[in-house]
Design a protein around this ligand. Sequence first.
Ligand code: KG4
Ligand code: ZN
Length: 363
Amino acid sequence: MLTLGIETSCDETAVALVDDGRLIGEKLATQVDVHTLFGGVVPEIASREHLRVLPRLFKELMAETGISPNDIDNIAVARGPGLLGSLLVGVSFAKGLCLSTNASLIGVNHLWAHLLAPGLLTELEFPALGLLVSGGHTHTYRITSPFQFKLLGRTLDDAAGEAFDKVAKVLNFPYPGGQFIDMLGQDSEPDTKLFPRGYVDNPSMDFSFSGMKTAVSTYILAHPELIFDTMASLEDINALAGEKRAAVSKVCASFNWSVADTLRIKVERALEKAGNVKSLIVAGGVAANSMVRETMADVASAKGLKMTLPDLALCTDNGAMIAYAGGLLAEAGYSHTLDLEAIPRGQVIPLDWVVDYNPEKRQ
Ligand code: KG4
Ligand code: ZN
């Protein structure tokens, strides 16, 4: 069964084709260069860029894979959470394609798709404990099947990726700066006393990263010699040397540690609550962080769980994860009518699938 995935929830425009769980082609255009100029994603610009780029990516994908739109069985689209204008571009494009091809429409929860993405390369074992750590979300779930996610913990303020990006902004690193903090942090041992962990002195499974973000930012502002005078390029960051490199790397390593150890504590707590699970799945952009990966692998090994981590390219937003998650839903008989709505960040995504809906009977 051939499933097209469309991703336009934030600042990546992506399409991919998955055939019975196997990726057969993908195209991705990042808008990061445009948004870097503003230090974060500008929603209006993001929607316009999706509108400009999506039809071209789709045509290129068809040409490169030699597949005709009429061969596609399912059109899966990220329907939320995300930026409403951006989501609407993908959802409208998906509906148009469904109308012209008779394919089934499947709205996919972008967060669930992140957690299911590693299934493209390895078998997912359920029940699983899922940790989704991205630029907009920090969630733990008990996952019973690809369609049954129970939310256990969530962030009360900033997401882990947001904290990385805001600290990076204070250092004058380009947006999104998490990867640079990770990279420099690998040069140094962390000082585990330098920064607090977030919201750990309580029994809650929820997260809070705003206090940690403020502590790290305040420390950097009190040490202005750590900050680049103008926005650094990758070359500037690579060229850091001597005492300044050592000092910035120490801050980055210590911040990486505070995030990773906070995630460890909350995941261990969620594992106790979740009861019997077979695997730990960690996904989202921050799952690319080397210290987070290492810490989570240690947690899984200590608890005797299978560790499931996506490849680095599958951690950040992509079309393959939407196509894969949509394909799983389609196999189980789920789809959506053309009334499918885009759901912005902060709102609950309804479980409004239709079972065994026949697109050929569409009005
Ligand atoms: O999942 P994602 O691509 O987009 C959202 O759905 O939010 O995640 C993007 C986030 C950004 O905050 C980015 O700085 C962070 O993931 N990120 C990292 C790393 N790579 C990406 N954070 C820390 N270390 C990394 N290596
Ligand atoms: Zn994402």
